[in-house]
Design a protein around this ligand. Structure first.
Ligand SMILES: [Zn+2]
Length: 258
């Protein structure tokens, strides 16, 4: 099945041009690879050749390897002895359901406690992340999408750490929920509901209203599951998703979500 043309389908020379314009090569290489992985342009399970990427992006192997190692810690890349780097497979449907069950147990609890534990600096950081997600980006869309995924992950991680402590933050981080979620949803029709959900959650946190923060977080996670559920229905256990995901109707380009 052909991929629909979406605003996130940047051509190769866009990525190279972008790298040429910008200064921090390491971060830029990371962002280009992140957006390709999340957009499934590098499909789950596909080998990632360091040489080839270095040639294509016009950089040395060093920033490519550094970016791949960072993406490995974020759950998007696997490194195998003698084989090298490959895109991580998507979690199975069962795994996704377990991830959401765990999130529903932990994150509303953390949000309730964070409402009273957040410092002014923490509140400001959350507000900045929520604002960055809500603001339309002038950047190339595929990169903007990768950054949105990162900001969403950081937003949830900060609430988990402040409200639940280091162990809870580490436990949730290990699930790599946001990276997987954005890969699954990339070609689907999604709404910007998540931005409004984040705003409600942030309001409760900033107001120091624990019960409202708990409720807002639980509702956000349930809504997120609702958004991903129709796509999970098309995923078989351990399947390679590229041909199985419900693809976007090209007349309805994907929008941002979480
Ligand atoms: Zn979120």
């Amino acid at each position: 099945m052909n991929r629909p043309v979406t605003p996130f389908d940047a051509s190769e020379h866009d990525a190279a041009a972008l790298l040429a314009r910008r200064s921090s090569v390491g971060d830029d290489v990371y962002e280009v690879l992140l957006s390709r992985l999340i957009s499934l342009k590098i499909p789950p399970g596909a080998r990632i050749g360091v040489d080839q990427l270095a040639r294509e992006l016009g950089v040395s192997q060093t920033p490519i390897r550094a970016a791949l190692i960072r993406l490995e810690t974020e759950g998007l890349v696997n490194k195998t002895h003698l084989v090298g780097f490959s895109a991580a497979p998507l979690p199975s449907r069962q795994r996704f359901e377990e991830i959401y069950q765990l999130r529903l147990l932990l994150e509303p609890y953390a949000a309730e406690r964070a409402a009273t534990a957040l410092t002014a600096a923490g509140r400001a950081e959350l507000a900045a992340l929520a604002e960055a997600m809500a603001r339309p980006s002038a950047e190339e869309a595929q990169l903007a999408y990768g950054k949105f995924a990162n900001a969403d992950a950081r937003f949830h991680a900060l609430i988990a750490r402040v409200g639940g402590g280091e162990l809870m933050a580490e436990t949730l981080a290990r699930l790599h929920t946001h990276m997987h979620l954005f890969r699954v949803l990339f070609h689907s029709r999604v709404t910007e509901e998540a931005i409004a959900e984040h705003a409600r959650l942030l309001d409760a946190l900033v107001a120091g209203d624990g019960p409202a923060a708990r409720k807002a977080m639980a509702s956000h996670i349930r809504q997120s599951l609702q958004r991903v559920a129709p796509i999970l229905d098309t995923l078989d256990e351990g399947a390679t998703p590229s041909g199985r995901l419900r693809l976007a109707d090209s007349s309805n380009p994907p929008r941002r979500h979480a």
